[in-house]
Design a protein around this ligand. Structure first.
Ligand SMILES: [Zn+2]
Ligand SMILES: [Zn+2]
Length: 246
């Protein structure tokens, strides 16, 4: 499985980091901003994209969807693109796409509502959702192929569900909006120290931190040391467009 971190920031992007979006093989997880342009910069042909998953209704996870669809259509994509959208945002997402007249015969897309306990296959990937704890209904994702299991927390407070799902996973991609020693805790989000404890408890091999708060941006080395003091496995704090293969 190959992951490309198209964006790694929390809701406020910076000069270095855009809102969090992860391309996992041919599946895009969350869709802020110009993901189309970033796929090209990362050396990935956007026309190969099979599906988009929107974990929750927050703007930093979903606002790029209409423009992505339009860019794919104008670039000649003909195969159906599947849109798996949190059921809590399904109706509004459909309205937004309709308002831009993006449900079209010359570029078919299929929008599917997803609950926090769903399971479906996209190509060779098995995708399972599980509920997490955020300010709006949200789900995390367990993505598996024949070789690896990757769990993504999406936006959440520290929660048991992530630990349960991530148990012995190859990679845990956890949000890290805050750090106790820099910003204090933030409601509905996770500090790097807690993400490290979750990774330790779940005994994952690799902990990858995303949804990085802008206050933390210049402290990456210090934060990494802090996390490594709690969690023994490999710690990755990706920059935008970094990739990880498992
Ligand atoms: Zn977010
Ligand atoms: Zn959110």
């Amino acid at each position: 499985m190959r992951m490309i971190f198209l964006g790694t920031s929390a809701a406020v992007a910076s000069a270095e980091r855009d809102n969090t979006a992860i391309l996992c093989d041919d599946v895009l997880i969350d869709c802020p901003g110009n993901v189309f342009g970033k796929m090209i910069r990362a050396g990935y042909d956007p026309l190969k994209l099979q599906a988009v998953i929107i974990t929750h209704r927050h703007v930093d996870h979903s606002y790029g969807l209409p423009s992505l669809l339009e860019m794919l259509r104008l670039s000649g994509k003909k195969e159906t693109l599947k849109l798996y959208v949190n059921e809590d945002f399904y109706f509004e997402a459909k309205q937004i796409l309709s308002a831009y007249e993006l449900f079209r015969e010359d570029f078919p897309s299929e929008i599917v509502p997803v609950s926090g306990s769903d399971s479906f296959f996209i190509d060779g990937l098995k995708i399972e959702t599980f509920p997490v704890r955020h300010s709006v209904p949200n789900f995390g994702l367990k993505v598996s192929d024949s070789k690896a299991v990757v769990v993504y927390s999406s936006d959440t407070e520290p929660c048991e569900e992530v630990i349960e799902q991530a148990r012995s996973a190859d990679v845990l991609i956890h949000e890290a909006t805050c750090a106790e020693f820099v910003t204090g805790r933030k409601e509905g989000h996770t500090c790097i120290e807690d993400a490290a404890k979750i990774a330790r408890e779940a005994r994952v091999k690799v902990l990858c931190l995303v949804h990085f708060g802008s206050e933390l941006e210049n402290l990456v080395d210090e934060l990494k040391q802090k996390v490594q003091g709690i969690f023994n496995g490999r710690v990755v704090i990706p920059q935008d467009l970094d990739r990880l293969v498992v």
